[in-house]
Design a protein around this ligand. Structure first.
Ligand code: PEP
Length: 245
């Protein structure tokens, strides 16, 4: 399976960052066996897409509805028109700060897929849930309630992002990632049958050039969703290189 490495720039970047995006796009061409994307702030999608080359430019969220009185939101068609080819849905920061539910996330995923966007659907447990021994059941429930039942594995990837590992410098151990990704694959088999093997499962949470080789060599880790370390080519390109090993 081709690995997928996507950077999530969150609320970072400006037009001055286009040079950095260019540098990532250029360097990505050295790794033709890896799919590389950047989920950018909405203001950067169109200018970045104009000279992205093979780099997949994406959004960090999408509204579930095609149009209407949803102040501040962007529809899937609007994102496509701006040049996005991908969107994240269900990032834990949106689930926590915007109160998004699994049902909201499922509706967003369906809207993205219907418009032809690639979708990265995020799941992951809190530290308290892990410490209580509920990590796998929490993630299984998120999948059950948010994965569109007919999702095409070529168009949708799952990102396992333990919330306690995001932006904290605390990376999940390879053993924990392997166990969770195996559990996700098993849950996908229950939900989607034989298609389960074809979904790409990304790990996200404090991925860096140092820990990427170990994580990306782990069974059932088909890529990474990278926050902080995706902001510069210097930090992001070695992660892409690790996916090509
Ligand atoms: C993220 O926000 O999806 C993420 C994984 O962030 P970081 O790599 O900074 O932990």
């Amino acid at each position: 399976m081709r690995k997928l490495i996507v950077g999530n720039w969150k609320m970072n970047g400006s037009l001055a960052s286009l040079a950095e995006i260019d540098a990532i796009a250029q360097a990505g061409q050295d790794y033709p066996k890896v799919d590389v994307g950047l989920a950018l702030p909405a203001t950067l999608i169109a200018p970045a897409a104009a000279h992205a080359g093979g780099l997949i430019i994406g959004a960090q969220d999408v509204h579930a509805r095609p149009s209407g009185a949803f102040t501040g939101s962007l529809s899937a068609a609007m994102l496509c028109e701006a040049g996005a080819r991908l969107t994240i849905v269900g990032h834990s920061e949106r689930r926590a700060m915007q109160g998004e539910t699994d049902a909201d996330v499922q509706a967003k995923a369906m809207a993205g897929l219907a418009a032809g966007l690639h979708v990265i659907l995020c799941v992951g447990e809190t530290l308290a849930e892990r410490e209580a021994g509920h990590a796998e059941s929490v993630v299984a429930s998120q999948l059950e309630l948010s994965l569109p039942g007919d999702a095409d594995p070529a168009k949708l990837a799952i990102a396992y992002e333990p919330i306690w590992a995001i932006g904290t410098g605390k990376v999940a151990s390879v053993a924990d990632v392997a166990a969770m990704h195996a559990a996700i694959r098993a849950k996908l088999a229950e939900l989607t049958g034989p298609r389960a093997a074809q979904f790409r499962l990304l790990y996200g949470g404090s991925v860096t050039a140092d820990n990427a080789p170990g994580l990306l060599a782990t069974a059932d880790v088909d890529g990474a969703l990278v926050g902080g370390a995706s902001l510069t080519a210097a930090n992001f390109v070695p992660i892409i290189a690790a996916a090509a090993l």
